[in-house]
Design a protein around this ligand. Structure first.
Ligand code: OXD
Ligand code: MN
Length: 592
């Protein structure tokens, strides 16, 4: 018999969904069930609930209309890769870069944790769509959660509500997501993916990347698994459009690890010299890419909002983000000033004399501790972004001319280089290294291999993932060119060699011109790189040809170490590594 709390479901909910929800309600035993419809009235009601129970603190309505602050449990401020599992029948399917668990055993463990977990609580049914309504690439998810914070974030990050039920129709092809806060104890925290069942169970955390199940869990981990099965790519990539003064638009997808400036790059404002150029944002974190009937790779952004890193965001580094978060935004773990406004390290305003830090403790300017957590975040609707590309709404996505792989590397990697061809480009992506950041729990600043910026997000064997990338070439008639960039190279004095931010427009210009066959390059062991005359340095302060040569320099000693360090990952996945990767490595060694 169906649970009494589900006696009156909305008419639009189909029986397959209802059966699954019934099982979860029987398991978790909530006191109430709320069917979310995504309406503005519902948002207002839920915000009031969240304010009443202390989940949200309303901000100054004049300075931050429609905005709130959330403080998470201090033990729960980032993704937990060590507690994230891929549960597949064989360990080989998950591969050596994922934590693996046998699905039935993990189900039993999760059932134990979830049994009665929502007693005294409300279960929210959150139907959501990843992708544009009507898009052949869109996917439906249903997240059941006992966190009102999750519901309000999902409302911003996805297309939530009846639009998802309509897309699903009578079918049962939807992602089954269950999230229980439990007591937010790291000992009882698990983020588990069941790709074969298109299911996710997340318990014991309230942090975005662990619990907004449409994002990392569905759009990347389960998405990458589905992409391999269905012939497309789910990638940790921003999507932007470059519009030239002549009105030519070139679309680019770019992979960077977490907290390496994807949001800033996606919202780039060109410097004065490029005032007739325009950068349009399509997405800042995730791209789903599929060859269109025209044989070109097309990309959509499956999300509807930005879950961006707050520290370092200001009117200089990202004016569009500052405008985007001016209203209707949920801030998590930033500092609160006495006038009800928010602050973080790297804000436009100087440090406040006094405020409350991210844990709500009194904080004074000059304190050695940070006022905002380094991984503090804003959740903001993409509709607020002044540079939002109108094409974001296109169900078929945009044609991609270039793919960029970027890491955070203090040395070794030049500012920009272009792959010789698709296979070499896949090798550049596969050997990407980057310094770790605060977006995940663990040591910050260590170089680790992060293939295609997907190390924490590839939902299956990474060797098979490289094979899938190589195979995709056969399905694309006009493949995008592939580039590698590094904004973060430092000089001997420890200072960044390249100014970055808006000046990255110059790198984009070279990339766009390469895509259209308009500019030259020079062949190096690493790939094609711009000669000084190919790269626009005009109007730059303190940055001329010598500085350009330094930031592009290929140091053979550093590269000897780099090639050895690349080997560590290849050795780990050797049995499943496509031969092409080994050949590419040999070719690189030969060229060096
Ligand atoms: C993110 C991340 O939140 O990559 O986008 O951690
Ligand atoms: Mn990300």
């Amino acid at each position: 018999m169906i649970h009494p709390l589900l006696a009156n479901p909305p008419a639009i909910v189909n029986p397959a969904v209802l059966r699954w929800i019934d099982q979860q309600v029987q398991l978790t035993e909530p006191d109430a069930v709320v069917w979310c419809d995504g309406s503005a009235g519902e948002r207002d009601r839920l915000q009031a609930v969240a304010v009443a129970d202390g989940t949200l603190i309303p901000l100054n309505p004049d300075k931050h209309p429609g905005c709130f602050l959330h403080r998470s449990n201090p033990n729960d401020v980032a993704r937990v890769e060590q507690l994230t599992y891929i549960c597949t029948p064989t360990e080989e399917e998950a591969g050596p870069t994922n934590n693996w668990a046998e699905p039935r055993a993990m189900r039993r463990r999760l059932d134990e944790l979830c049994r009665g977990a929502m007693r005294g609580r409300t279960l929210y049914v959150v139907p959501y769509l990843m992708g544009q309504p009507g898009s052949p690439m869109a996917k439906v998810g249903v997240e059941l959660t006992d966190s009102v914070y999750v519901v309000l974030n999902m409302r911003i990050m996805t297309r939530m509500g009846d639009v998802a039920w309509r897309h699903l129709g009578d079918g049962d092809d939807f992602n089954r997501g269950l999230h229980c806060l439990l007591d937010v104890d790291p000992e009882r925290r698990l983020i588990c993916h069941f790709p074969q069942d298109n299911a996710i169970v997340s318990v014991g955390s309230g942090y975005g990347g662990n619990v907004l199940l449409g994002k990392k869990c569905l759009a990347l981990r389960i998405g990458s698994y589905l992409g391999r099965r269905e012939g497309w790519l789910a990638e940790h990539m921003l999507i932007l459009g470059v519009e030239s003064p002549a009105g030519e638009k070139t679309y680019i997808a770019a992979a960077f690890p977490s907290a390496c400036g994807k949001t800033n790059f996606a919202m780039l404002v060109p410097p004065a010299r490029y005032q007739d150029w325009k950068i349009w944002t399509l997405g800042d974190d995730i791209a789903w890419m599929r060859p269109g009937v025209d044989g070109v790779l097309h990309a959509i952004n499956p999300e509807a909002g930005y879950f961006g890193v707050a520290p370092g965001t200001n009117a200089k580094t990202n004016p569009n983000a500052m405008r985007t978060i001016a209203r209707d935004t949920i801030f998590t773990n930033v500092a609160l000033r006495p006038d009800g406004t928010v602050w973080w390290e790297g804000h436009d305003d100087p440090p406040p004399a006094e405020c409350l830090d991210w844990q709500g403790r009194p904080w004074k300017a000059g304190s050695t501790e940070k006022a905002a957590h380094p991984n503090s975040r804003f959740t903001a609707p993409m509709a607020n972004n002044p540079s939002l590309a109108p094409e974001t709404a296109l169900p078929g996505g945009v044609p991609i001319s270039a793919i960029i792989f970027g890491g955070r590397r203090a040395s070794t990697l030049p500012l920009v280089c272009e792959a010789f061809n698709w296979v070499h480009g896949v090798f550049l992506g596969a050997t990407m290294g980057s310094e770790t950041t605060a977006a995940a729990v663990g040591t910050v600043g260590q170089v680790r291999r992060d293939p295609m910026a997907m190390l924490p997000f590839c939902g299956y064997n990474i060797g098979w993932y490289f094979r899938h990338w190589l195979n995709m070439r056969k399905r694309i008639v006009q493949p995008p060119r592939i580039f590698q960039v590094n904004w973060f190279r430092k000089g001997d004095d420890g200072r960044f060699l390249w100014p970055g931010f808006g000046e990255n427009m110059r790198v984009l210009k070279w990339i766009v011109d390469r895509c259209h066959g308009r500019v030259g390059a020079w062949e190096t062991p690493l790939g094609w790189v711009p000669r000084t005359q190919d790269f626009d340095l005009g109007g730059m302060e303190n940055f001329g040809p010598p500085e350009f040569e330094t930031v592009q320099n290929i140091n053979l000693e550093e590269w000897r170490r780099e090639v050895l360090s690349q080997d560590e990952l290849f050795m780990r996945i050797y049995s499943q590594l496509p031969k092409e990767m080994i050949f590419q490595r040999e070719l690189l060694v030969g060229r060096l």
